[in-house]
Write a protein that binds this ligand. Structure first.
Ligand code: CAP
Ligand code: MG
Length: 474
């Protein structure tokens, strides 16, 4: 074993969850590494089963070593080498599952700067994906102990805070991303906002920038922000209903993001949007602690390159083909860092798998989260951290409302971009179709029944156009 210490706990050992942070992983042994070990002198009498078992232990121990106090070879251990302390506070592998090739790693809190998420990740998932003896690895979950959670404020508003700001004590929120994603000028987007906010009964509350709509020559951030927020204010007066604008502040310069946030506040906005994967964990932490009192809407562009895993073993049994970190891990990190709303897919979206969207909603909203019965997970005790809105998005249209709301509950922002702007009878009909879908859901009227009884309604027209199921985006 290429590590100095025993990084595997004694059989049956469990960490004290107040003193350790825990991760849950699965690895796939690299076939070349197995072959090489088979022909090595020291293991030539091993059965393949015994060999694989030992290699799996070695891989798990290497993960714990590399992510805590060890390295690939024995190093100087004499005077002032730091070895005694490194040994004492090393991470330990426990709960090895030889069949699924899964294991947990417990990290004593002394290993971390408790309020530093970027530093934490550099440790627990920093170097381990480079290990040559494994051909695949997935990090499923992380359990944060209370002492670490206490370092973070969590969402400023969360579910109840936003309900208060929007004077909406119950029910889901609806929003639309203008499509085409880029094309409208700032002025044209403001005109669309007016149509969304005031059509039908005037209950439609939200508009959101698309992720790649930033500050462009024909659609300037500052102009757009001012104009759309001014439409929101006018519409609030006209309709008597609160409106919100998820205004995209995303920038690689944090000072510019903070400047944009300040501008939203000056213009009476309550919500800022940021892409949390492309801007990064440090950006989310900094913005949460320094923005001028706005709620944070977190879009997750690029997450698929980290979280997506199509291999048969993604839920434990079977082979893994790639290296990934689950969306569950990301959702936990962003709740801890304090976003107020986060994209989490939908039970009908293209990347949905094994009820993960439902579990992400629970990760974001439950106080004492239990592990999932099928998806490998650890649960979480969230202490003081408030629940977060989940944004259900991606190919959603009015025919999906019943299924999405039945599955995810009402503490969601239902985002229909194409699913409103693609209505065969135009934008106003799109707004009305969504108003109808939300209202009948709240009244307990089954969607299919309403469509049957009101075949000329905008909702029935939407269903005729898109059906009830998911619209897969290829
Ligand atoms: C939705 C969306 C969202 C994706 C990503 C888009 O538009 O604005 O960015 O859904 O969200 O550009 O595709 P549609 P998620 O409503 O027209 O699909 O990460 O939650 O999938
Ligand atoms: Mg988008």
């Amino acid at each position: 074993m290429a590590v100095q210490f025993d990084y595997i706990a004694k059989k049956g050992w469990k960490p004290d969850l107040n003193k350790y942070l825990v991760t849950l992983l699965k690895v796939e042994l690299d076939e070349k590494a197995v072959k090489e070990a088979r022909y090595s002198h020291s293991k030539k009498n091993y059965s393949l089963i015994k060999l694989k078992k030992e290699l799996f232990q070695e891989a798990a121990a290497t993960v714990a070593a590399e992510s805590s106090t060890g390295t690939w070879t024995k190093v100087y251990d004499g005077k002032e080498s730091g070895i005694p302390l490194a040994h004492k506070i090393r991470a330990l592998v426990f709960d090895l599952d030889y069949k699924k090739q899964m294991f947990k790693v417990a990290y004593p809190l002394e290993l971390f700067e408790l309020n530093n998420i970027s530093g934490l990740l550099a440790g627990i998932v920093g170097n381990i994906a480079g290990m040559k003896m494994v051909s695949a690895m997935r990090v499923y979950d992380v359990y944060f102990p209370k002492k670490m959670i206490e370092q973070f404020p969590g969402p400023r508003y969360g579910i109840s805070g936003l309900r208060r700001l929007l004077k909406k004590p119950k029910g889901c929120l609806v929003a639309t991303v203008p499509k085409p994603k880029i094309g409208r000028t700032d002025g044209e987007q403001a005109s669309l906002a007016e149509v969304l906010f005031t059509s039908g009964k005037g209950t439609y509350e939200g508009i959101k920038d698309d992720e790649n709509l930033l500050s462009l020559p024909f659609n300037n951030f500052y102009k757009r922000c001012k104009m759309v927020l001014s439409e929101a204010k006018k519409a609030e007066k006209k309709t008597g209903n609160k409106k919100f604008y998820l205004c995209n502040t995303t920038h690689s310069d944090l000072n510019e993001m903070l400047k944009r946030a300040k501008y939203i506040k000056q213009n009476g906005g309550i919500f800022m949007m940021m892409d949390v994967v492309t801007t990064g964990f440090a950006a989310v932490d900094t913005i949460r602690r320094n923005n001028p009192g706005l709620a944070i809407h977190a879009h997750r562009a690029m997450h698929g390159f980290l979280t997506r895993d199509n291999s048969p073993g993604v839920h434990g049994m079977g082979k893994l083909y790639g290296f990934s970190v689950s969306m569950i891990v990301l959702a936990k990190l962003f709740r801890l860092l304090g976003v107020d709303s986060l994209h989490g897919g939908s039970p009908l979206a293209k990347m949905e798998d094994y009820g993960e969207a439902k579990y992400i909603q629970q990760v974001l909203q439950e106080k004492s989260l239990k592990p999932h019965d099928k998806i490998p997970t650890l649960g979480q005790d969230w202490q003081h951290i408030k629940p977060v809105w989940m944004t259900a998005s991606g190919g959603i249209h009015p025919g999906d409302f019943e299924t999405v709301l039945d599955s995810l509950g009402e503490d969601i922002i239902l985002q229909c971009g194409g699913g409103l702007l693609g209505h065969p009878d135009g934008v106003e009909a799109g707004v009305i179709a969504i108003e109808e879908a939300r209202t009948i859901y709240e009244q307990g009227v089954p969607l299919r029944q309403f469509v049957k009884d009101n075949p000329e309604s905008p909702l029935a027209r939407a269903v005729e156009h898109w059906g009830y199921g998911p619209k897969i985006v290829y």
